[in-house]
Design a protein around this ligand. Structure first.
Ligand SMILES: [Zn+2]
Ligand SMILES: [Zn+2]
Length: 128
């Protein structure tokens, strides 16, 4: 069921949280969300899953644009490192780390690690 769901929605990345049309499972907290709840994408390699909009999936990255931290409201300039979660905004490193461990975090190493896993899983793909 989840596999079918992932396949049909893998390219859909909405610009803001959406109201779910289906029941499903949040990839961050592992709990269910229900039809009508606000959900946001959860990125897993080339596939998008869903999470409660309030369950952040943080990415540690270099910010393209300056923005205020959701935690301390300090302004973070462009080209500084911070945590970003689609639809949720950004956090400076200390504030982002305060959100642990109730969030899912992706570092660049995580991406490499995923590639590695994928290579070793040849032939097995979601949606088959
Ligand atoms: Zn959740
Ligand atoms: Zn902060």
């Amino acid at each position: 069921m989840l596999k079918t769901f992932a396949k049909s929605y893998q390219r859909l990345v909405p610009d803001s949280p959406i109201y779910s049309k289906y029941d499903g499972t949040c990839k961050v907290c592992g709990k269910d969300y229900y039809k009508g709840e606000l959900i946001s994408p959860f990125f897993d390699h080339n596939y998008n899953f869903w999470r409660h909009t309030a369950c952040y999936q943080l990415f540690f990255l270099t910010l393209q644009y300056g923005s205020d931290c959701n935690g301390c409201k300090e302004e973070l300039g462009p080209k500084t490192y911070g945590y970003w979660s689609k639809h949720n905004g950004i956090w400076c490193s200390p504030c982002g780390e305060k959100l642990f461990p109730n969030v899912s975090v992706a570092y660049s190493q995580f991406q490499k690690h995923n590639n590695f896993i994928r290579r070793n899983r040849k032939g097995r793909r979601y949606g088959k």
